[in-house]
Ligand binder design. Structure first.
Ligand code: FNR
Length: 368
């Protein structure tokens, strides 16, 4: 029997339920990672290599874990990251995530390959709710230009260009199930015939331009005033280059382990990146985000201690949505907030600006 929502006590619980109740195609697409899924598993376990050095005897009666991300005030240093094909898991798709994000005052990143149309997702936002846009760059740049300028006109507050996917990774779990409902599940940005024999991911991604390069960055800057963030950066050299290019942020990410297997986890890369930025005095020139395997508030706190501005979370919300609809996503975010309050108290911090590297022991990370 399916557990009632109140029996989900943490983000992992939603995954266990979703696995049993989701359609096979949806489970295969959401849960799969590239190749042997080593990176996908590492994403969460990397957090287990970091331990806390909590402070004691701090007055923690009042705890405030709100922050700003790209200038937006949010109630939790977390955003709902872009994940394609929301309707595979729930008939309402991404707009359901929009409503949950609104309720908790967090940002939603809208995927290029959403099941709902971009305008439907923007229309679902209320008041001054902030949304960002994730961009897969089309071989036909005039299409990309149109998408970007439309997003800006509709009020998107950030352009996250995915840079870790010149070709979509091989997700064999996904390839094994016959993918036949792609047509009804994506607003295809390509207009091309899709090859359904290769799983959902391959079927929808043929328009992505593998020739995208650093040379294109000035062009993006010239056609939009939205902050530009590179999503999927994996080495400090590229963060430095991103700063030099004048982009506003990077997401240290391996696409949830769905692209290059044996890419390092975001948290591991963060531990490499921040000391170099600090050495150069560049830590305020760019906002650093991470995603991948974030499942607990302690994961969020570790990332902030090491210098991240915020973290993205993907699969847990898809699972919560697929299993329980809006109340599921609502509860998932609330659980994170509850964990956050408790763990901020337990490490002796009352606001996120107090989180710093002395609060974590990173000697277990492989860079040491
Ligand atoms: C993704 N991700 C992703 N990223 C992106 O830039 N464009 C996309 O269309 C998608 N689609 C997508 C679908 C699904 C089903 C998943 C699970 C992920 C990657 C996503 O933005 C993020 O990097 C990871 O999901 C973070 O890892 P966790 O939280 O899922 O472990």
């Amino acid at each position: 029997r399916m557990p009632i929502l109140e029996q989900c006590y943490n983000l992992m619980d939603f995954e266990a339920v979703a696995r049993n109740v989701m359609k096979k195609t949806a489970w295969a697409y959401y849960s799969s990672g590239a190749d042997d899924e080593i990176t996908m598993r590492e994403n969460h376990s990397a957090f287990h290599k970091i331990w806390f050095r909590p402070k004691i005897l701090v007055d923690v009666e009042k705890v405030d874990f709100s922050t700003t991300m790209l200038g937006t005030k949010v109630d939790l240093p977390m955003y709902v990251t872009a994940t394609a094909l929301g309707k595979l898991g729930h008939h309402e798709g991404e707009v359901l995530l929009t409503r949950a994000a609104k309720k908790h005052n967090v940002v939603q990143m809208i995927p290029t390959l959403a099941s709902c149309s971009f305008d439907e997702i923007m229309d679902a936002a209320e008041g001054d709710q902030v949304q960002w846009m994730q961009l897969y760059v089309n071989k036909d740049r005039s299409i990309t230009k149109k998408i970007i300028q439309h997003a800006e006109k509709r009020g998107c507050k950030g352009l996250f260009i995915t840079v870790d996917a010149p070709q979509l990774g091989r997700r064999e779990k996904d390839m094994r199930v016959k993918f036949d409902d792609v047509g009804s599940n994506v607003q295809s940005s390509s207009g091309e015939e899709t090859d359904k024999s290769q799983g959902a991911a391959r079927a929808i991604s043929s328009f992505i331009d593998p020739s995208l390069s650093w040379k294109d960055i000035p062009w993006f800057k010239s056609i939009t005033k939205m902050p530009i963030i590179l999503k999927g950066v994996q080495r400090v050299e590229d963060v430095i280059r991103a700063v030099e290019c004048g982009v506003q942020g990077v997401v240290l990410s391996n696409h949830g382990g769905r692209q290059l297997d044996f890419a390092r986890s975001g948290i591991e890369v963060l531990a490499e990146v921040m000391p170099v930025l600090r050495e150069r005095g560049w830590e305020n020139r760019i906002e650093i985000y991470i995603d991948g395997g974030v499942r607990r508030a302690t994961d969020i706190i570790k990332a902030l201690c090491l210098g991240a501005k915020g973290v993205g979370i993907g699969r847990p919300f898809l699972y919560a949505m697929s299993a329980y609809g809006l109340p599921g996503v609502d509860r998932a975010i609330q659980l994170l907030k509850d964990e956050m309050e408790m763990n901020m108290r337990l490490i002796g911090c009352t606001s996120v600006d107090q989180l710093n590297p002395t609060l974590v022991d990173t000697r277990g990370l492989s860079m040491h």
